[in-house]
Design a protein. Structure first.
Length: 191
């Protein structure tokens, strides 16, 4: 077990990969339920995670099953962040499925429990996912974010992502409209 998960001091987040997570029955069993809680709470609070209404528990469980299957096939990476053995964040990337785009992956979700904001969880998750992409031979890691999500966009830029496009007023949430911002991290340029 990671020392950060067992120490009594204000711990750093323990960032587990899918294999570590699934091999620990005490963490694996409640993972989908805990992820659902985080995602639902964030979406209820207006977070830009791809849902307008909070996802159902079944939808989250199905999504995570698909991601874990893709991880086993070498087509994804999943990371989970824990503080004191409590899930406080998760993120994953998936390879593009078309044969011509196999060297590329999209950072699909990154979600951090509001109670853990400011603790470095998002940075640690994203850095781990970037490292996983490098090891997996991904050439370009892409993501998109809602234009008003300035904290996430700042984080991504600080980790080397660059904006490569923007669709003005593309995301509709009720009567409000937001830009959709496309970012990329090109490992081919970084050696």
């Amino acid at each position: 077990m990671n020392e950060a998960m067992t120490s009594g001091a204000a711990p750093e987040p323990a960032i587990l990969d899918a294999i570590e997570l699934m091999s620990d029955p005490e963490l694996a069993a409640p993972f989908a339920q805990s992820a659902h809680r985080i995602l639902s709470d964030l979406v209820s609070g207006g977070a830009a995670l791809g849902w307008v209404e909070p996802p159902s528990a079944d939808e989250v469980a199905h999504l995570l099953d698909q991601v874990v299957c893709a991880v086993r096939a070498g087509d994804a990476a999943l990371r989970a962040a824990y503080l004191d053995r409590r899930l406080v964040g998760l993120g994953y990337w998936l390879r593009y499925t078309r044969p011509t785009h196999r060297p590329h992956a999209d950072l699909e979700k990154l979600a951090v429990d509001a109670a853990a904001h400011g603790r470095g969880v998002g940075r640690a998750l994203t850095a781990a996912l970037i490292a996983d992409a490098r090891v997996a031979g991904v050439e370009v890691l892409t993501l998109d974010a809602r234009g008003d999500n300035t904290a996430a966009l700042h984080l991504y830029r600080s980790l080397g992502f660059t904006e490569y496009g923007r669709l003005p007023d593309f995301v509709a949430v009720g009567e409000r409209r937001y830009d959709k911002v496309f970012c990329m991290l090109d490992f081919r340029r970084r050696g």
